[in-house]
Design a protein around this ligand. Structure first.
Ligand code: C6P
Length: 405
C-alpha cells in the first residue's frame, strides 16, 4: 500500500489535489528537491567551472557532486562517463548525431523497436537518412513483449546500433536489456538504452547490463525539468566528436582550430544547469531512501488493482496488460469503446483524475496496435489505493456522461 506519509513530502499534494496519474509524463517534486534548488539559487548561484571566487567554487562543487551521485546511482565506472544534458531527448540526439554520424555508413543497419518513443526513433531516422544506413524495427509478440524471433531475425552483423527502450512509455513492459546487450555485442553492435521510463522505477546498473549508452531525464524521477543524463562507456565517448560546441568544452582555441576538453566537459558546451543538477542529486537521495523494492511493491499493487477493476468493465480495452512475466512498471493503458481518449481524459479531469491521452509520442506503436490514441494512467510510489478508486469510478462514468449507454 502506498504510505500516505509520502504525500506529506510533496508540497503539490497538500490541500485537495487530483489523483495525479501522469507520472510517466513527469513526476511531482518532494520538498527536499525544491529545497536543494532554492538552496543553490539562494545560497551560491554563480557560473561553475569558471570563477575562482567562493560562490563559483561552490557551484562547481554542487554540480560535480551531483555527477558523482548519478555515477553511483547507475553504477558507472567513472564520473567522466556521466554527461549532463537537458533531458533524455537531448541525450539520445547526442548519441545519434555524434556516435551515429561518425560510425555509420551506407548498408549499415540501425535496429530499434516498434515501441520506441519518438525521442529514440526520429533522431535515428534523421541519421539514417544522412548516412545511407537502414532503419529496421523489431516488432512485438502478442503480449506486447519484444518477439524473440524478431530479435534473432533482425539483429545481424549488419546491425551497428541497437537502440531500445528499457521500458515502453505506453505498454509499461520492461525489456530484457541485459540479454539484448549481450546479443548486440555478439554481432559487433553497440546498444543505446532509453532509460527514461526505467531509471525512475527499477534499479539500473550500467555495468551489469553492459549498456554502451543510457539516456534518462531528471523530471521523471522527482528531479526538476531541464536536467537529463547521458551515460556512455568512456572508450566510446572519448572517440566521439563533440555534439554542441562553444564555451567550457574546449582545451585550446585558435583562429582556425580547436582542441577539446577531456570528458565529460567535451559534451557540455555552455553554462550548465547547476540548480537542475542539485535538484536531481536530491531526487536520487530521496529515491534511495525509499528504495526500489518499495517503489516496485507499491506500483505492482496499484497496477494490479487498476487492471483488475478495469477488466471488469466490458467496454474497456487494455493494452500491454497481459504479460505473464511480471515485467511491468505502473503503467495502465486503455481505451473506452466509443469514446475518444481526449474526451475520456477531459471527463476524468472533471472528476479530479489526471491522466494522459493521445499518441504518447509513440505513433508507430499506436499504428502497430491499431489505435490512433489511448488513455494512460501511470503510477509512482506516492499514489494510493484511493487514487485507483477515483480512476475506476471516473472511467465507469464516461459512457454515461457521453450518452453512450
Ligand atoms: N515520455 C510521456 O508522457 P524527455 O521529454 O526528453 O524528458 O523524455 C523523452 C522520452 C524518451 N523516452 C521515453 C521512453 C519517454 O517516455 C520519454 C518521455 C513522456 O510518455 C513525454 S512524451
Amino acid at each position: 500500500m502506498a504510505d500516505r506519509n509520502f504525500l506529506r513530502d510533496f508540497p503539490i499534494f497538500h490541500g485537495n489535489p487530483p489523483a495525479y496519474l501522469d507520472n510517466s509524463a513527469t513526476t511531482q517534486k518532494p520538498d527536499a528537491v525544491v529545497r536543494a534548488i532554492c538552496g543553490y539559487y539562494g545560497g551560491c548561484n554563480a557560473n561553475p567551472h569558471r570563477g575562482v571566487y567562493d560562490w563559483s567554487v561552490k557551484a562547481t562543487k554542487i554540480y560535480e557532486t551531483a555527477r558523482a551521485s548519478v555515477q553511483k546511482f547507475i553504477n558507472a565506472k567513472s564520473p567522466a562517463e556521466i554527461i549532463f544534458t537537458k533531458n533524455a531527448t537531448e541525450s539520445l540526439n547526442l548519441v545519434a548525431y555524434s556516435y551515429g554520424l561518425a560510425n555509420l555508413k551506407a548498408d549499415d543497419e540501425i535496429l530499434i523497436t516498434i515501441s520506441e518513443h519518438h525521442s529514440n526513433l526520429v533522431p535515428w531516422q534523421m541519421v539514417a537518412k544522412k548516412t545511407g544506413a537502414t532503419l529496421n524495427y523489431i516488432y512485438l509478440a502478442r503480449d506486447g513483449n519484444l518477439s524473440d524471433a524478431e530479435i534473432s531475425a533482425k539483429l545481424t552483423r549488419r546491425t551497428k546500433i541497437l537502440a531500445v527502450t528499457q521500458v515502453s512509455n505506453v505498454l509499461g513492459l520492461i525489456n530484457d536489456v541485459k540479454t539484448l546487450a549481450a546479443k548486440a555485442h555478439e554481432v559487433g553492435a553497440v546498444i543505446v538504452v532509453d532509460g527514461a521510463q526505467s531509471v525512475p522505477h527499477i534499479p539500473v546498473d550500467v555495468q551489469d547490463l553492459d549498456a554502451d549508452f543510457l539516456a534518462f531525464s531528471g523530471h521523471k524521477m522527482l528531479g526538476p525539468m531541464g536536467i537529463g543524463v547521458l551515460y556512455g562507456k568512456k572508450n566510446l565517448l572519448e572517440e566521439m566528436p563533440p555534439f554542441l560546441s562553444g564555451g567550457d568544452m574546449i582545451e585550446y582555441v585558435e583562429e582556425q582550430d580547436t582542441t577539446f576538453a577531456e570528458l565529460p566537459n567535451k559534451f557540455e558546451a555552455g553554462t550548465q544547469n547547476v540548480g537542475g543538477a542539485a535538484g536531481l542529486s536530491a531526487a536520487i537521495d530521496y529515491i534511495q531512501k525509499i528504495g526500489f523494492d518499495e517503489i516496485a511493491r507499491v506500483e505492482k499493487n496499484l497496477t494490479a488493482l487498476a487492471i483488475g477493476a478495469l477488466k471488469k468493465l466490458p467496454y474497456v480495452e487494455l493494452y500491454g496488460c497481459d504479460s505473464e512475466r511480471g515485467n511491468k512498471i505502473g503503467i495502465v493503458t486503455f481505451n473506452i469503446r466509443g469514446a475518444h481518449p481526449h474526451d475520456v481524459a477531459t471527463i476524468l479531469d472533471a472528476e479530479g483524475v489526471a491522466i494522459r491521452a493521445g499518441h504518447h509520442c509513440a505513433q508507430p506503436l499506436m499504428k502497430y496496435i491499431g489505435q490512433n490514441a489511448t488513455c494512460r494512467a501511470s503510477f509512482y510510489f506516492y499514489n494510493t489505493i484511493e487514487d485507483v478508486g477515483r480512476l475506476v469510478d471516473a472511467v465507469a462514468k464516461v459512457r454515461k456522461v457521453m450518452h453512450l449507454d
